[in-house]
Design a protein around this ligand. Sequence first.
Ligand SMILES: [Zn+2]
Length: 413
Amino acid sequence: MKVFLNKNSSPQVGIINLLVTQFVFIFFTLLTMPSYAKVIIAPEASTEETILHFDIGPGKYVAIPLPSSNKPDDSYTFKIYSKNKVYKDITTYLVDQKNLQLFQKSQTYKGIGYSRTKTPLSIKGSTNTIGKKYLVLDNTYAKFITKKIDISFKAKLPINEKKAEALKERLTGLYNGIRNTLKFKDFDIHVRPCGQVNAYSESNSTGNIHICTELLDNISKSNNTGALAFIILHELGHSLLGLWKLPGNNNEDIADEFATYLMLMGGAKSGIMLERSLDFWRNRDSKVEALNMIKNGDRHSLSIQRIRNIEENIRNNKEFSKRWSVLIYPHMTEQALESIIEQPPENANIALAKSILKKQGRNLDKDINVTSSNATSTESITNRLEKIKKLHQKGLITEEEYNTKRQSILDEL
Ligand SMILES: [Zn+2]
């Protein structure tokens, strides 16, 4: 009897959709200016490595549906191992839909692979045909032996032009938002296959950021846009600290702090995304990470340590943001500093923003926007203080409630 396994999850589906999902950086999108950066999307995307195991009984086979763009350029790399002690052979072929059907009808079929060959085996290539693709593991020739097969594979697929355009637009929008907020020498953003689940910055030179399609594939499985935003801002930390010639540009924990600070500054929505991004690290295996650290010299802290650090910084938001504002505000654009004074985000350092603008030769007293907005807010504070005083006099709020509320209004000054 033949068994057809229909595994319906295909890694390709979410690969680019994810980045197209809206980024939420309210603070960054206040102003618009032309960008001089290039966002370069490679014409193809690689999936991360998928590892699967199958026990294939005698007389049976499996056909594994592969991620596909339905274009003839889809190409694949497979590694096939048998866990059997003695009978390590299998028949295995990469086939398209038409040849899968021929195989199922026990007719002659065409594909790339091996017949009754001892593993380990590797298959690399493309069927050069349109439509779905499969890897067949065929044990129909065996009378008694179940084959225990491990396979790992990666797919390289052409990116749909529309999706590439949407992704480019989204990343350009994010870049422009950051450029309107912070001053730095322009750099490029590349999205391309790089053979591993990763993103990195050319922090010591150009500041260019590379986002690997394997990482997009990995994140798309958890659909965690917060994690993606955090990773991009982490790389931005490496890039900007490098471009500003500051120490710590290659330090992973400092890059994490940079990303945390920007996301906290982005307001409530990006704060939620930050919290959600922690799930991405929570799901990582510390043991595997520690081994990788020893073997490949990964500079990142273990995910559990990173979560602990990020959570602590969220808890100490006020103090944490104050320290980072000292480093970041001097690199802010005039418009961004003005917007901090006029519409202060949570934990903004208004006094620092004012003093930097003053140092840059701005006479704030004569600035209509700033003075008028300050006048309005001072006026509204006076009104609100009078209002709670009346409520207290009428006995509608307690002495304690009055004092707490009064202090919180005064803190806004
Ligand atoms: Zn890093």
